[in-house]
Ligand binder design. Structure first.
Ligand SMILES: [Mn+2]
Length: 319
């Protein structure tokens, strides 16, 4: 681990141009970790380009550097590419996967199912967030955290730990968050941006979603669903469904929560969340997806009834 970090530091020291990317549908850790790395490298005087396949969700535009994220990779050469939080390389997006004008590749991740696809792979499933890995690199470099970098790392940690609710909220997560507070981050400022700032149409969509609550396996599992019709009726989009799966999970007795989100007429994104011991990564893996012990996802084709039947069967067999 420390050996890999030392090698990555050497890569940073001896190169000047960097391309940074993360996974499709970027979340707080994807954005926080990649913008933290970008901020850190820019402070070192490096030439840094950040590219995401999908736009930065509104929720995260307050993060420093979010306005510099490019939807396309410039047609030029980079010394180094950093891929963060992807789980599998293809989640970095087609454009990045096809991009060859890079000399050295680095992969930073904490997913259970992560592939060693880069020249240097810093993978630690014990890290609460990929932002923690950026913290470790910057700290080993001897970096004193500035406000911008600290804000990105803090956001990565609180979003990927569910504000320190999840079992991945280990001592290191608290310690890193504490250090970021010491660097000047105001916890309420970040909480207000992330949790006290939702558009009214999100609640409208939620009010349409909650009646779909469906229990199975004697109440040990529950799902909610968002369909294309609900987007149309509420004016909200998929980006605003983040956190909906927490409602079925929060129910007493529920061990596995599922969220079905319609992508196309016969195609659904399925999100899994578990409380405690159930490893939902095995469910998503059985359906060609990926994820963590307590949070995973996949895409399944079929009508809603077909998709639910297929997914329920896998969960029922395991519970
Ligand atoms: Mn993550």
């Amino acid at each position: 681990m420390t050996e890999t970090i030392q090698k990555i530091i050497e890569v940073i020291r001896s190169n000047s141009s960097f391309l940074i990317t993360t996974h499709e549908g970027p979340d707080g850790d994807a954005i926080g970790s990649s913008l933290a790395l970008a901020s850190f490298l820019r402070k070192l005087g490096k030439d840094v380009t950040v590219h995401y396949q999908d736009a930065v969700p509104d929720l995260y535009v307050f993060l420093p550097g979010a306005d510099s994220v490019l939807p396309h990779i410039p047609d030029r050469h980079f010394d180094v590419s950093f891929v963060l939080d992807v789980g599998e390389k293809k989640r970095a997006g087609k454009e990045f996967c096809c991009f060859l004008r890079v000399t050295t590749t680095v992969n930073l991740d904490h997913h259970l199912s992560c592939e060693n696809f880069a020249d240097y792979n810093l993978i630690d499933t014990q890290a609460a967030a990929t932002g923690i890995l950026v913290y470790r690199i910057a700290t080993a470099y001897g970096y004193t955290f500035d406000l911008d970098t600290a804000l990105c790392i803090y956001t990565a940690v609180i979003t990927d730990t569910g504000s320190f609710h999840y079992s991945n909220a280990n001592r290191e997560a608290f310690t890193v968050a504490g250090e970021m507070i010491e660097s000047g981050i105001n916890a309420w400022y970040v909480a207000e941006k992330l949790y006290e700032n939702q558009p009214a149409k999100r609640l409208k969509l939620l009010s349409l979603c909650l009646p779909t609550l469906d229990f199975f396996k004697e109440g040990k599992a529950a799902s909610v669903t968002v369909t294309s019709d609900m987007y149309a009726a509420s004016g909200a989009d998929a980006e605003l469904t983040d956190g909906f799966v927490n409602y079925p999970r929060s129910i007493r007795g529920v061990e596995v929560a599922l969220f079905f989100r319609q992508l196309e007429e016969k195609k659904f994104k399925v999100g899994f969340r578990s409380k405690g011991n159930v490893n939902v990564a095995t469910f998503s893996a059985a359906l060609g997806g990926g994820g963590h012990h307590n949070a995973a996802g996949c895409t399944v084709e079929g009508t809603l009834d077909e998709v639910k039947a297929q997914v329920y069967a896998i969960v029922e067999r395991a519970l």
